[in-house]
Design a protein around this ligand. Structure first.
Ligand SMILES: [Fe+2]
Length: 433
């Protein structure tokens, strides 16, 4: 038996989002989820969890935090079901507000700012990055100044006041100290957390296993497999492109602009990316390839939310954004909830409607720049340099195959197969929204 825990406890520090003229009061909940695996290759199942919430003060006072433990074998089935739904709300909020925004918007925006302010316009690394540093900082600014309010979440910044974002900003600060930029790729964070392909592949990896050809690696954890493939495409692009720009390690060492860039991003005092290469240094061509791989992975993986095959598992009805009440945390574990009582705690139609609008923004609008141009991978070339263009065409063709092979985790068909809204052209070139 293997055990894993996913911790989304930071959500407990969120104050309720109080009613306004657009929306009813909504609540967040913190969750610590214990997952259990009966045998290698079996799915992970939740077996126990702790939910917590606070009475509404921010910063929360310790005594205000209410916690409650649930166990699949002990809790009343309806109580256990309610706890699972509440944990889903916690995962959803954590993923949308803290986890993905930190990795795909905040750190990426910070690195883009460093590139634009510290490298001359004709610096080769800046030229390489230019097509992939668009829109992220603009999105970040629009969100924080409320030009583009985040709907459907308890901490919606609808009173244009950064104070409303403090729980989220504090969550980012805490995370970047624990997960430096260099570790934001799955080839590093999966093994660091003890997550191995042999444990999450139903047929095992034994070539003599007659069933081995019938299932793919990571079939019990398909997002891990998908994200690793995206990292491989990013690494392949980094390898090809950096090999064009830098031939020898000494070219890296004597590039003073590049050295200053990395020094400032990693600075303990004022830097905001933690460590950016495995060695923490920028001395070799491989160091720069590692940095570009990590950057490109985080820019590109963000687009996964936009394809029909993947948008379903990321958004409702699979996930719920918030709850209408957290009073149930004071109930006994043997309480039996009626369907009506459960429905009263779940998001009401207004909140689900807002979240549907949020979802549609991703699935029903075309990216500013698609990674794969509508006219094909060898059109709309990005560079004046033929070798760099070849590297980017290879990247696009890799994504073309990846998108074509995506497991359909949503149960939906590609809604617009022959239009710019097709899954093929919905994957953006930048981390844009
Ligand atoms: Fe995003």
């Amino acid at each position: 038996m293997l055990g894993y825990s996913n911790i989304f406890r930071s959500m407990a520090s969120l104050p309720p989002h109080e009613a306004n003229d657009r929306s009813p009061t909504r609540y967040g909940v913190g969750a610590l989820i214990i997952l259990r695996q009966e045998a290698q290759g079996e799915p992970l199942k939740p077996s126990a969890l702790i939910l917590s919430s606070n009475s509404g003060k921010y910063p929360p006072v310790e005594n205000d935090i209410i916690s409650k433990t649930y166990n699949s074998n002990i809790s009343n089935p309806s109580s256990w079901r309610l706890a699972l739904l509440a944990a889903r709300a916690s995962i959803f909020m954590w993923g949308v507000s803290t986890g993905h925004i930190l990795a795909y918007h905040v750190t990426i925006g910070a690195m883009q700012g460093s590139i634009l302010t510290q490298l001359e316009q004709d610096h080769p690394f800046r030229i390489l990055m230019t097509p992939f540093i668009l829109y992220t900082q603009q999105f970040n600014t629009m969100t924080l100044d409320n030009t583009f309010p985040l709907s459907a979440f308890p901490f919606e910044n609808d009173a244009p006041d950064l104070e409303n974002f403090m729980p989220v900003i504090e969550g980012w600060q805490e995370l970047i100290t624990r997960v430096p930029f260099v570790n934001s790729v799955p080839s590093r964070y999966l093994p660091m957390n003890g997550i191995r392909v042999e444990d999450h592949t139903s047929c095992g990896n034994n070539a003599n296993d007659s069933k081995a050809s019938k299932c793919a690696d990571w079939d019990q954890f398909p997002f891990a497999g998908l994200f690793l493939k995206i990292e491989q495409l990013a690494a392949s692009f980094a390898n090809s492109a950096i090999s064009v720009l830098y031939k020898k390690n000494k070219d890296i060492k004597k590039d003073l602009q590049l050295q200053a860039l990395v020094f400032s991003m990693e600075a303990k005092d004022g830097g905001n990316l933690g460590t950016v290469t495995p060695s923490g240094k920028m001395e070799t061509v491989d160091d720069l390839k590692d940095l570009v791989t990590t950057y490109m992975y985080n820019v590109l993986v963000h687009g996964a939310a936009r394809t029909t095959n993947l948008v379903g598992p990321s958004f409702p009805p699979n996930f719920i954004p918030s709850l209408m009440s957290v009073d149930f945390l004071e109930d006994n574990n043997d309480k039996e909830y009626t369907i009506q009582e459960l429905m009263n705690i779940m998001p009401n139609t207004h909140v689900m409607g807002e979240l549907t609008v949020f979802t549609s923004f991703f699935e029903r609008t075309t990216p500013y720049i698609p990674l794969i141009p509508v006219e094909g991978s060898d059109t709309d070339l990005l560079f004046d340099n033929e070798d760099l263009n070849n590297a980017s065409i290879e990247l696009r063709e890799g994504f073309e195959k990846l998108i074509g092979d995506l497991p359909n985790l949503s149960g939906l068909e590609d809604t617009f197969p022959n239009s710019p809204l097709s899954d093929l052209n919905q994957w953006p070139q930048n981390s844009e929204s």
